[in-house]
Design a protein around this ligand. Structure first.
Ligand code: GLN
Length: 538
């Protein structure tokens, strides 16, 4: 039977609950156990798909096409386990499920209430779609004490009763601040946060204390005493220089040992930290670096391109160099400044994006990369922009555009109303904004004698998609006659998936998002290849 580990947070948000959960998952896996990670988000949006990256960071897409919280990206990158639709839920989705059932008479006219109906639905989610996992780690978003997280905290309290306390473990992550003025470490916020959690009926079994400095034993003892937690289970997590050190640091503080101890389970294997040690060493010690320009609309927010930033770092690791990300706001990029801004960079990347704002700067930057033979990587929207640039400047279709930008012009990029998956035709007929995209894994056939085939070393690939618009295949010959090869197509030959330029050292653009599948211990070949080309560029 699976054991359940619930991770809650206290004091402030952004303490790294996701990273802690993901690191624990790695450690347990490395000890020979089967692990699953899940995220319960307290906000009311039905899924994160329609949330602005400015507010909430990137939308992470799973193999099975769910648009999820970016923490699932951390989970995948650290544990190597592909997340599923059934691994992320929001309050909005819970309520919408319960209300749908109520409308259908599913509650037989009873009064529908938070307890038990909402909490029951949360408990169902926690148990649903598992397959012989040893551990299921569930992270509760937000912090304890938020109005929105109350039903979740109540549900996990009930859940641990339902399955027996010895089969459920509560980890609470808090902040232990250091006050410079008085040169003191303070445990009071942790004490208050645990008091709050206990008032909701949950006694934490392990407290993870995030701190910028080492927490002296005497302070940990204080936390142990006031919070009623064994001193061995007061675990400190001192800020690390790179996130790749996190599994090493948690292991050093015995987090995995204490978890197994709690459940009275013996480790099946010795934990292997060598891959993390290796990658940490490269990230921290490599002197050589290159600059890669990322031109996008959301560059001001750190997490808006989380998976992309990570994938570029992974590409750097596989080439033994540091990648500096030069973030350029496409809306502020003046065409007259492009040459000056891009002169020193070793590679140019246009990421996924939506809407017309800032596109002229992107298109001009692609022209610069094409003409000056600077390695160029276009992702999703980046590929669509590369198509528009080429159409305007090489095919002389001056009004080339995408129908995403409104009526008028020559829409070489248009809305997809149907496409195929596993042989079946899928129709995007839903009028709601959420859930009308081509989402998740789709096959692409790679063409012989192409750069892309050399990179993937395969005829057929599966990558994750998230888009509504598509390059019109009718233009294929026109593009190819001018030197832009459609080197990857959907299996039915209808949808262009990859384009590349023949007379260019590295100009590749893809309709999918390879960044979602890159992992620190297994860098994505496209990113490794792009960084290698950038390294050779200068
Ligand atoms: N806006 C484009 C589309 O919907 C591209 C989306 C993306 O880059 N993820 O097709």
């Amino acid at each position: 039977m699976a054991r359940y580990i619930f991770v809650t947070g206290g004091v402030v948000s952004s303490l790294g609950k996701g990273l802690s959960s993901a690191s624990l998952a790695y450690l347990l896996q490395s000890r020979g156990f089967k692990v699953r990670l899940r995220k319960l988000d307290p906000y009311l949006n039905v899924d994160p798909g329609t949330m602005s990256p400015f507010q909430h960071g990137e939308v992470f897409v799973t193999d099975d096409g769910a648009e999820t919280d970016l923490d699932l990206g951390h989970y995948e990158r650290f544990s190597g386990i592909a997340s599923k639709k059934s691994d992320n839920i929001t309050t909005g989705k819970i309520y919408s499920d319960v209300l749908k059932k109520e409308r259908k008479g599913g509650y037989l006219g009873k009064t529908v209430q938070v307890i038990p109906h909402i909490t029951d639905r949360i408990k169902e989610f926690i148990k649903n779609d598992t397959s012989k996992e040893d551990f299921i780690i569930c992270e509760i978003g937000g912090i304890v004490g938020d109005i929105e997280s109350l039903p979740f905290v109540e549900a996990i309290r009930q859940f641990s009763n339902d399955i027996g306390k010895r089969n459920a473990l509560f980890i609470h992550l808090t902040l232990v601040p250091y006050l410079k003025a008085s040169d003191e470490i303070k445990t009071k916020p942790t004490q208050h946060s645990v008091k709050e959690l206990r008032s909701l009926g949950i006694q934490p079994d392990i407290i993870i204390c995030r701190s910028e400095r080492v927490i002296p034993l005497e302070h940990r003892k204080k936390i142990s005493l006031f919070c009623n937690v064994d001193i061995k289970n007061v675990i400190q997590t001192v800020d690390v220089k790179t996130i790749y050190e996190a599994p090493i640091s948690f292991n050093r503080e015995n987090l995995d040992t204490q978890v197994l101890d709690y459940f009275k389970i013996k480790s099946k294997k010795k934990v292997n930290l060598n891959p993390w040690k290796k990658i940490t060493k490269i990230v921290l010690n490599t002197k050589k670096s290159i600059d890669i320009a990322i031109i996008g609309k959301y560059v001001d927010l750190k997490d808006a391109y989380k998976s992309l930033d990570e994938a570029l770092t992974h590409g750097g690791v596989s080439n033994n160099l540091k990648v500096n990300l030069v973030r350029i706001d496409s809306e502020k990029l003046k065409v007259s400044e492009i040459k000056k801004r891009l002169k020193g960079v070793s590679g140019i990347l246009i990421p996924g994006g939506f809407g017309k704002r800032g596109t002229e700067g992107k298109i001009e930057s692609i022209k610069y990369a094409r003409q000056n033979k600077v390695p160029f990587f276009g992702i999703c929207f980046g590929m669509q922009m590369a198509i528009i640039e080429f159409a305007r400047n090489k095919l002389n279709i001056k009004k080339a555009t995408s129908s995403e930008f409104g009526k008028g012009g020559v829409p070489i990029i248009g809305l997809i109303t149907e496409w195929r998956k596993d042989g079946k035709v899928i129709k995007g007929t839903d009028k709601n904004l959420g859930g009308t995209m081509r989402l998740g894994l789709y096959d692409a056939k790679l063409r012989d004698n192409s750069l892309i085939k050399e990179i993937y070393k395969s005829n057929l690939i599966k990558e994750r998609h998230r888009h509504r618009y598509e390059v019109n295949i009718a233009y294929k010959d026109k593009f190819e006659n001018k030197g832009m090869m459609f080197s990857g197509l959907s299996p039915d030959n209808k949808l262009p998936e990859i384009i590349e330029l023949k007379n260019h050292p590295w100009f590749v653009a893809v309709q999918f998002h390879p960044e979602f599948k890159s992992r620190p211990l297994d860098p994505h070949p496209l990113f490794s290849s792009f960084i290698k080309a950038a390294k050779n560029h200068r």
